[in-house]
Design a protein around this ligand. Structure first.
Ligand SMILES: Nc1ncnc2c1ncn2[C@@H]1O[C@H](COP(=O)(O)OP(=O)(O)OP(=O)(O)O)[C@@H](O)[C@H]1O
Ligand SMILES: [Mg+2]
Length: 608
């Protein structure tokens, strides 16, 4: 039997599209405040907006006689006929937001226009709209939303922790704020001011106050006009690139909106400057005649469509490309040489990730000419032989013959335990050792990673992590989502020896690190820990934190490209001789390559 649904049900279903989480409510309310001409906007949230959201603006206010319609669906003051959509200059246009919010929460509006002596208020509880009542209030509007999703428990269950929702709200406000530097915006969460953005900041200043001060020095302002189309904003230096795309911020005529071909074009322009898997950061505005954009293509107004999308993509690409190349040219004109590519080992032996060597904190970059003229590995006529790793395993007389199938079988003897203690460091990357079976070439970084990894694991198993307290805590500026996640898992981290705590609304402080990792800059450790996942995966990771922590921490291990002292090498080899799994680093790369006596003799034609 087909029935028409009751209007409340219709609205609750529609609300599913508009109101996904507290941040969507904040977005709609702040956009309304902006549309109403508000210049000072204050957002207050309690418990991540799940309990209460209040948005106060100093805009025009509601006409008292309009109030009964405010929570009605398809009721708007911003458009009356379809053609209006072609030149829409407001952020809202559907007349849907308040109706949706009012149907899934307890909402109220108090508002007074500048030309009226008194204000009026109206309530809407789960879609039941009350009668407007006179009330005293300042000019402008104040919307309050309590108990979001109280009548749609399924939705409520999907809410994340208050900390995560709060972080999302903070990100969202920051994103809105970048499009409107003339707004004065404040976010207060649980009674504490967490974001304060005064009107008149420059885009760079605002970007930095929203997403971390250390970003400010790496933002390049851009501005280009292509006929009626203008591109303007800031783009981040390639070394600011992130593992997620959260700071790819694109605005179209003042509205934050994604458009795939535009985003793709910008990434293309960055491509030659970025490592794979990294996303650039930028805040770019495209301004073009409103009839060239369709804003009505996404239920949360999060996407737009361009009439001439290729043209827009081309303009964005050109703007970003020119800025990045101009910057590279300026850098080399100033006598700054780009670090040369690391030489590839001819053996095809896996290359180490570049950032371990290109780093600024003192690690020496291997001398490229020396390395190229003297390849690190003996060139061998090995066409008929199995690849290196397996070969050394099979020809190792002590090795069990069926061990060349899998990586690092536990039964294989520990080569470091058998080495005679003499060594030579080459290229600050490799160690040559003498063992009873032949010559060992060790990747010092991979080996160090393995040692650190096993120690951490042992300490963890024994529940005896040694913590190195920092004399002066290290303060790290973070993206709100990253910070929220850290706060959430702080206890688990502490159990692993990493002691972090809140320092300011946008920063965390590191108070202690696991002693095994004390050689690594604490900030680097923290960032390595954050780097590996998109924010959405993070909450789930809480359970696996110890595992992750180990592998992240190892990734941050120093020692590739470091000239080691003899004592350090001896200590490393000593530690290696007791490893459970000495043959591979925790990410699977080999730690050691063995050239047996037999191979060396054959190569030098001492024996056929
Ligand atoms: N803060 C405010 N100050 C003054 N008027 C407001 C405010 N918020 C909403 N309004 C009025 O209420 C109407 C309904 O708001 P609502 O957000 O539901 O729809 P909209 O903004 O017109 O469209 P959309 O659904 O796309 O947001 C608006 O058209 C506007 O006239
Ligand atoms: Mg609206």
């Amino acid at each position: 039997m087909i029935r028409s649904l009751a209007p409340e049900v219709v609205n609750q279903i529609a609300a599913g599209e508009v109101v996904e989480r507290p941040a969507s409510v904040v977005k709609e309310l702040v956009e309304n405040a902006i549309d109403a001409g508000g210049r000072r906007i204050r957002v207050e949230v309690d418990a991540g907006g799940c309990e209460r959201i209040r948005v106060i603006d100093d805009g025009d206010g509601f006409l008292p006689e309009d109030l009964p319609l405010a929570f009605a669906s398809h009721a708007t003051s911003k458009l009356s006929v379809l053609q209006d959509l072609d030149h829409i200059a407001t952020l809202g246009f559907r007349g849907e937001a308040l109706a949706s919010i009012g149907s899934v929460a307890r909402a109220s509006i108090r508002s007074r226009r500048h030309d009226r002596d008194a204000g009026a208020e109206i309530h809407c509880d789960g879609g039941r709209i009350g009668e407007p009542q006179p009330c005293g209030c300042p000019t402008g509007s104040q919307l309050e939303i309590r108990d979001l999703f109280y009548n749609t428990p399924a939705r409520r269950r999907f809410l994340k922790s208050p900390g995560t929702e709060k972080a999302r709200i903070q990100e969202l406000l920051a994103e809105l704020a970048l499009a409107r530097l003339d707004l004065d915006l404040t976010l207060v969460a649980d009674g504490r001011e967490v974001l304060r953005l005064p009107a008149g900041q420059s885009l760079t200043e605002r970007f930095a106050s929203c997403f971390g001060r250390e970003l400010a020095r790496g933002l390049l302002p851009v501005e280009r006009a292509f006929g009626e189309l203008r591109v303007e904003g800031v783009i981040g230096e390639p070394d600011l690139a992130r593992r997620d795309s959260k700071l790819e911020l694109l605005y179209v005529n003042g509205r934050q909106a994604r458009e795939n071909s535009a985003v793709h074009a910008i990434r293309q322009a960055y491509r030659e400057f970025l490592m794979g898997g990294r996303f650039p950061i930028y805040a770019l505005t495209v301004a073009l005649p409103p009839d060239q954009v369709d804003v009505n293509v996404h239920p949360r107004k999060a996407e737009v469509r361009f009439l001439e999308s290729r043209k827009v993509a081309g303009c964005l690409h050109e703007t970003v490309r020119a800025a990045l190349q101009g910057r590279a040219a300026a850098a080399s004109a100033g006598g700054v040489a780009l670090a040369p590519e690391l030489p590839r080992a001819r053996s095809g032996f896996p290359d180490l990730p570049r950032d371990l060597f290109g780093r600024a904190d003192g690690g020496a970059v291997p001398e490229p000419t020396a390395a190229t003229s003297a390849p690190p590995v003996v060139v061998r006529d090995g066409a008929d032989r199995p690849p290196f790793g397996h070969k050394s395993a099979t020809q190792d007389p002590a090795a069990n013959p069926d061990q060349n199938a899998g990586p690092a079988p536990a039964a294989r003897p520990n080569p470091f335990a058998r080495a005679n203690g003499r060594f030579l460091q080459v290229h600050d990357l490799y160690l040559l050792l003498e063992g009873p079976d032949g010559l060992l070439i060790v990747d010092q970084h991979a080996l160090h990673e393995r040692v650190v990894y096993e120690r951490l694991r042992a300490e963890h198993r024994a529940r005896a992590v040694t913590v190195q307290q920092l004399l002066v805590p290290t303060v790290v500026e973070l993206h709100p989502g990253e910070k929220a996640w850290l706060l959430e898992v702080a206890e688990d981290l502490a159990a692993e020896g990493l002691q972090v705590g809140e320092f300011s609304p946008s920063a965390m402080a590191i108070y202690g690190v696991p002693a095994v990792l004390a050689k690594t800059a604490p900030e680097r450790l923290l960032r390595a820990l954050l780097a590996d996942d998109g924010a959405d995966a993070r909450p789930r990771l809480r359970e696996q934190i110890s595992e992750r922590f180990h592998s992240m921490a190892c990734r941050a291990a120093v020692m590739g490209g470091d000239r080691l002292t003899d004592e350090e090498i001896a200590a490393l080899l000593q530690a290696a001789s007791t490893l459970e799994h000495p043959h591979n680093c925790p990410h699977g790369r080999p730690t050691v390559l063995t050239f047996t006596h037999g191979e060396l003799e054959r190569y030098f034609r001492r024996r056929c």
